[in-house]
Write a protein of this length. Sequence first.
Length: 302
Amino acid sequence: MDSIEDYTIDHLLAEQVGTATIIGEIARGGMGIVLLAYQRTLKRRIAVKILPKLLLDEATRQRFQLEAEAAANLSHPNIIPIYEVGETDEFLFFTMQLVQGEALSDILQRTRKHFLPSRRTLPLMQTITIISQILDALDYAHRQGVIHQDIKPGNILIERNTGRTFISDFGLAKVLRGEEIDSCIRGTPVYMAPEQIKGADTDGRADIYSVGIMLLEMLVPQELMGSYDSTGDFLKAKMEKGDALFSQRPSELNSLLHPEMDTIIRKATTYNPMQRYATCMEFRNAIDHYGHQYLNANGDRT
């Protein structure tokens, strides 16, 4: 087996993992497979994340263990809680809350395909609510000594019935307690802060950069990498162009935006981390102030 894509779960169906019975697959990514399961002790459906040991080297094992430990020690209404951590002869696993909803990446993809060009961005009020909840959760995590390092729409889940936002996948989290993990570049290119790309030391301002890029993506109809032929070209441009990476202001691309949003996004995504918002709470306050100042009760620009 060369990659996570080669691993089949057929033999796990109806098997017991910890206190749960495996029902099926939900998703898979570079760090593991997320399965749907039934926790018989509490009579509820949960999610189980597994990482096959055949794919493990020591660094990967440490990262998976770090994901479980980092998330398990975080208790916040906008961070998916971890229930149980363990391993079998075949894989490492942890169980977590099952969110009934969809990833922000799926919402954005569907929105961009709307037949009306004016409806190809998320509503301003919804965007501000989502970003505010993300920043509140990250501010809490940073104060606990944990940064996420892979904030992107695919790691943001929106609960269907409540609209509540959850951050998932702390698999790339860096625990700021002196441990050495490894110096490889990890993250998703569009959302990675320049210091991550350079392999330099990072702190919470790397997450602030990622949230700023995600905010930009939610508010403009164009694909952020649309004019680049490859991920490599985009990364090269990000490092060479710096703050000139995006030539048009958000308010030029979305007429519903007040120019104050340009200022907010520019401060969050500036190349130099020293010039970004110092904390997620400072960023959140700017977003919340924008909502109060420029949106009316219906979520429209005033």
